[in-house]
Design a protein around this ligand. Sequence first.
Ligand code: ZN
Length: 479
Amino acid sequence: MGVISVSVRKSTNAPSLEFEAVFPSSSGSDWQLQLPCWRPGRYELGNFAQYITKMVGINDDGSEVKLEKLNHHRWQIPENIRTMRWTFYANILNGGSTYVRDDLQYVNPVNCLVYEVGAEDVGYEICLCDVPSEWKLATALPYSVVDGNFVMKARDMQHLMDCPWMAAPELWNAEYKVVDEEKEVDFYVWSYGCKPPNAQKFVEDHIAFSKSQIAYFRTFPTPFYHFLYLLPPEIEVRHGVEHEDSTVIVLGPENIINSDYGYDELISIGSHELYHAWNVKRIRPSEWTPYDFTKACPSQLGYIAEGVTTYMGDLFLFEAGCIDLENWCSKMEVLLTRHLNNQGRLNMSVADSSYDTWLDGYRPGVPGRKCSIYVEGAVLAFLCDCRIMKVSGHKQSLSTAMTILWDRFGKSRKGLTAEEYWGVLEEVAGESLNDLRTKYAYGIADSWNDLVEAMDFKGLKLEKSSDEKGFVTPKISEL
Ligand SMILES: [Zn+2]
């Protein structure tokens, strides 16, 4: 079995990338070319084909062949055509996009690379044809320099689609190691644009939350991991996206990056995305195992994927000593402000809202219709964590359950169901959690009284007040 050989270069007159791919010889019949229609981390259709400005096949004599589409994201290719050429408009900068400038090539392959339907196991060799080898390249893909060009390799389609890269004349970088129960893990921190604020503390905090998370899970899923920070001085953006062996975190502009708020945002997103290396990249809802990029893949389990991660990301910052109790409380106040002021949580459960992220999950949507998997999922994770600690006399926690889920499901990449998730939580608690599950995961009950009780268990007092317009403000203080 050969590999798909891809060359990438910047267009001469637009913020676009030109791709050419040669596919290994075919079985002798017409075939289908697929562009992903969504990307992991954002559970809605991305419809990336809207950024493809040209897609043609290439004959042996070099002439172009017009292609027919089978649907918005799939092309029918004649049997004799094995070379494809396409142009991708690369002018959006966020954690999951593709963006090209004179001094930056930032690519999320899931936006702009294609595969042969039915041949998803074929590997890739990707040559960055016009990126000087003196540039820095940050990616989890293995690469070498061949004839003055960076050449990256991917095992198969799933590997490629999960490995973004960024190349630039200059990238700030730092490295550290953390030892888990089996091996030494190499961490790489890269930054394009601004240097990370308070760089020494920034790296120390990364070391602290990495160690803290690994101590709970006992093993890290991979021998290496890359944090790719894009810190554009002049663009207003805040976003992070998780991958199996890396993450992309984007924040700007400069005055935000260099504020206390910006620093706090960066390490919060960093801790959140690292937790995803276990939860969602490996401990993954069965509907997303493996990723099917050809269609929408709704799951009710977004409250585990994003809710548990949102709660745990901040909890580990606190446990690692990166933030103090006051800071953790103010993060919970922000979360509870969003919770209390969204009437949608009393209309649609977080499980159903998760299923519907594919409709409007990342927009405010119709007032009062739905809730956020991040907010309601994190509130539910907090309630589960406190309940498990309370009934087990502090011997067990939600972290204990997540470690078991990593051992039983994540390591073997067995897709997770709701039954299995709640089964492990109840096993750790030693009693039924059916009230939490039915009221707050699949129901629309108001959780205020349980929240007050859970905070009290933590030694904290939770109160709320409303202004004349009905806006509710929570307040957490030490008992
Ligand atoms: Zn997330």
